[in-house]
Ligand binder design. Structure first.
Ligand SMILES: NC(=O)C1=CN([C@@H]2O[C@H](COP(=O)(O)OP(=O)(O)OC[C@H]3O[C@@H](n4cnc5c(N)ncnc54)[C@H](OP(=O)(O)O)[C@@H]3O)[C@@H](O)[C@H]2O)C=CC1
Ligand SMILES: O=C(O)C1=N[C@H](C(=O)O)C[C@H](O)C1
Length: 246
């Protein structure tokens, strides 16, 4: 049995993870922790993998504490940038058996949408991203949208494409956040869960790739997949696509 502890266990995602682990025949729930709880309770004696869904401001410190305790970590919390990822890589050098896996998005539909969009990116002059979420979300734009923009930008650079055309002369914020040259727009609307549209255009044509997570259960197959991989590839891994043989 894989012994799984959950950090952020009472949150919207954490509570779904607790239920998913309890329903998985090859897993057992170890500790459930939240804000204010002492992560020193987690050790190799009681936990094989920790799943971390907390808040962007706390996630790095949580991950560093868990690495110090030599347990594998699966992270869904957003807010990661290259500097934070490098801090994790450095921390892992003195814990060579530990794996840290970070996924901007665990929904298979969204991971596939991003993958297909990256494949298509070099064929389109223009690209923009619209992400749409529930209004209780604390960060904008979404971690997924930032990651998708980075993937599109990498594909465009590799293909030697020029900057995206945009003759906007005045902008008080309506054009969204620019991530590596890609405009990213965020919508917050009651009734939504997590949705992303990747728009690509040429003269006279448009391709829209859209993924919809209507319910948080959509993230659970990806979370369980990551738990089952934990420890098999020590070091830092980012993105569920790495486990999907795409
Ligand atoms: N990768 C993916 O597929 C997905 C990622 N997410 C991301 O996951 C994160 C959590 O989202 P969501 O569950 O909706 O948020 P919630 O606010 O519902 O849950 C966050 C939980 O973390 C707890 N918490 C706060 N601070 C700490 C801390 N320092 N240590 C441990 N726990 C803490 C909160 O406790 P309290 O309420 O008491 O403060 C709460 O229980 C977000 O960054 C979100 O963007 C969400 C969905 C999918
Ligand atoms: O807060 C959420 O809900 C979500 N957060 C992640 C993100 O910011 O990309 C993943 C998903 O979009 C849901």
């Amino acid at each position: 049995m894989i012994r799984v502890s959950v950090v952020g266990a009472q949150g919207r995602m954490g509570s779904h993870v607790v239920a998913a682990v309890n329903s998985a025949s090859d897993m057992e729930l170890a500790l459930t922790l939240d804000a204010g709880d002492d992560l020193n309770q987690v050790s190799r004696e009681n936990t094989d993998v920790v799943v971390e869904f907390s808040v962007p401001s706390a996630s790095l410190d949580n991950v560093l504490a868990l690495i110090r305790h030599d347990v594998n970590v699966v992270v869904g919390t957003t807010g990661w940038n290259e500097e934070k990822l490098e801090t994790v890589r450095q921390a892992l050098t003195s814990h060579p058996d530990v794996s840290v896996f970070i996924a901007p998005n665990f929904a298979l539909s969204t991971v596939l949408a991003e993958h297909f969009a990256a494949q298509a990116a070099r064929y389109f002059e223009s690209a923009e991203i619209i992400e749409m979420h529930h209004p209780d979300k604390v960060d904008a734009p979404s971690g997924t949208a930032i990651h998708t923009a980075q993937k599109l930008a990498t594909a465009r650079r590799a293909a030697g494409m020029p900057a995206i055309p945009d003759n906007t002369q005045t902008d008080a914020g309506s054009r969204g956040q620019v991530v590596e040259g890609i405009h990213v727009h965020a919508v917050r609307l009651r009734g939504l869960n997590a949705h992303e549209e990747i728009l690509m255009g040429n003269a006279g044509e448009q391709l829209i790739i859209r993924a919809d997570s209507f319910d948080r259960t959509s993230f659970m197959p990806g979370v369980l997949l990551a738990i089952r991989h934990a420890g098999k590839t020590p070091g830092l891994t980012v993105g569920l696509d790495t486990y999907m043989d795409l």
